[in-house]
Design a protein around this ligand. Structure first.
Ligand code: WQD
Length: 333
C-alpha cells in the first residue's frame, strides 16, 4: 500500500515506518519536527535500506498538506501527529485542542476531497478515564479523561466516528495504546525527550545513565500488591507491528473500529525498576514520594480482540524493552 504517515519522525511513528517499509509498503512522512528530528529519516534508511519521502509540513496547515495529497495517491493514512505532553496540556489546553483537533479535521477534509478512504488513528488508553475494571476491553465506557491531552484523543475518536458515518466508503480504526516503551534494537530510534521526561521509562533510562540522580516513585499507597501503580508496558516495536496488522481492518465491514494495543499484562512501578536493573545489571536509586495528581492505580489491556481479529501477539518482553531503552539512551548526548 502507499501510506501517508503523519508524525512519522516521532517515537511511535518512526518505529511504525520501519515496520511498514520492511513489510513492503511505500511510505510518505509528514511531520513539523516540533518534537522530533529530521535525521530520523536517515536512520530509517540505515535500518531498512529505504529512505521514505519526507515533507516538513504541519498537518494543520491546509496548503502544505494539500500539496502532499496532490502529489501522491494514498491508499491510507496513519495519523500520529499531535502534541502529547499531559502536563503541558493542563497548562495550555487551547493549544492542545487547537493543534490536535485542527490537524485531524484538516487531514480528514483533504482525505475526503482526494478520495483517500482509510485512516488509522493513534489513540490512547487514556480515553478510558479511570477504569471501572481491568483488564480494559474495547467496549468498556470511555470518557472522564483527566487532562486536555487525553480529551483530544477522546474527541478525535468521536470525530472519526461521525466522519465515517457521514461519508459512506470511508473507514477509520482507532488504536488505543497502553504504555509504549523501549527502542529499536539497532539503537538508532527511540525516545529521548528534550526536557526532563514525564514518562517513567525515559526517566529511568536517564537515571541509569547518570543523567538524573534518582527516580521519584509517585506513590506506594495504591490498592495494588506492592502499592505502586500498575501499567501495561508494550515494546514500541510490537506496537509498530500492531499498526501493520491493523491495516487489515480496512477490509472488514465496520466503518469504525477500535483495538487495544498492549501486552495484556500489568507491571508495577517497582517491578519495572527491578526488571530494568536485571536487564542492564545496574542499580536504579529511587525515592518513594507522593502520588502524582491525575494518576490511576491500575490500567492494563484485554488484547484478545487485536489477537483474534488482527493476529496481534507481542514478541518482546518488558525486560527486552528495558534493555533497548537503556542502550538507546546511552547513545544520546
Ligand atoms: C507510568 C507509571 C506513574 C514517572 C501517560 C499518558 C498516556 C500515554 C502514556 C502518551 C505511573 C509512575 C511515572 C515517574 C513514577 N501518553 N511514574 N515516576 O501516566 O500511565 O500514561 O503516558 O503520550 O496517555 O497519560 O505513563 O510513564 O507517566 O507513568 O512513579 O517519574 O509510572 O505514577 O504509575 P501514564 P507514565
Amino acid at each position: 500500500m502507499k501510506l501517508l504517515v503523519t508524525g512519522g519522525t516521532g517515537f511511535i511513528g518512526s518505529h511504525t515506518v520501519v515496520a511498514l517499509i520492511e513489510a513492503g509498503h511505500e511510505v510518505v512522512i509528514v511531520d513539523n519536527l516540533v518534537n522530533s528530528q529530521r535525521n530520523v529519516v536517515t536512520k530509517i534508511k540505515r535500518i531498512t535500506g529505504v529512505k521514505p519521502l519526507f515533507y516538513k509540513v504541519d498537518v494543520a496547515h491546509e496548503k502544505g498538506l494539500r500539496k502532499v495529497f496532490s502529489e501522491h495517491k494514498f491508499d491510507a493514512v496513519i495519523h500520529f501527529a499531535g502534541l502529547k505532553a499531559v502536563d503541558e496540556s493542563v497548562e495550555k489546553p487551547l493549544m492542545y485542542y487547537r493543534n490536535n483537533l485542527d490537524s485531524t479535521i484538516t487531514l480528514l477534509e483533504l482525505m475526503r476531497e482526494f478520495g483517500v478512504k482509510n485512516i488509522l488513528f493513534s489513540s490512547s488508553a487514556t480515553v478510558y478515564g479511570t477504569p471501572k475494571r481491568v483488564p480494559l476491553k474495547e467496549e468498556d465506557p470511555i470518557g472522564g479523561t483527566t487532562n486536555p491531552y487525553g480529551t483530544t484523543k477522546l474527541f478525535i475518536e468521536q470525530i472519526l466516528m461521525d466522519f465515517v458515518a457521514a461519508n459512506p466508503g470511508f473507514k477509520a480504526v482507532s488504536l488505543r495504546y497502553f504504555n509504549p516503551i523501549g527502542a529499536h534494537p539497532s539503537k538508532l530510534l527511540g525516545e529521548s525527550p528534550s526536557d526532563i521526561p514525564n514518562n517513567i521509562m525515559p526517566y529511568i533510562s536517564r537515571v541509569a545513565n547518570g543523567k538524573l540522580s534518582h527516580l521519584n516513585v509517585f506513590g506506594d499507597d495504591y490498592e495494588t500488591p506492592d502499592g505502586t501503580g500498575i501499567r501495561d508496558y508494550v515494546h514500541v516495536m510490537d506496537l509498530a507491528y500492531g499498526h501493520l496488522l491493523a491495516l487489515k481492518a480496512f477490509e472488514f465491514d465496520h466503518a469504525y473500529n477500535v483495538y487495544n494495543l498492549g501486552t495484556g499484562k500489568g507491571t508495577s512501578v517497582l517491578e519495572l525498576v527491578h526488571l530494568y536493573e536485571k536487564a542492564n545489571r545496574l542499580k536504579i536509586p529511587y525515592v518513594i514520594g507522593p502520588r502524582r495528581s491525575g494518576d490511576i492505580a491500575e490500567s492494563f489491556a484485554d488484547i484478545s480482540k487485536a489477537k483474534t481479529e488482527l493476529g496481534f501477539v507481542p514478541q518482546y518482553t518488558v525486560k527486552d524493552a528495558c534493555r533497548h531503552a537503556y542502550l538507546f539512551e546511552k547513545k544520546q548526548k
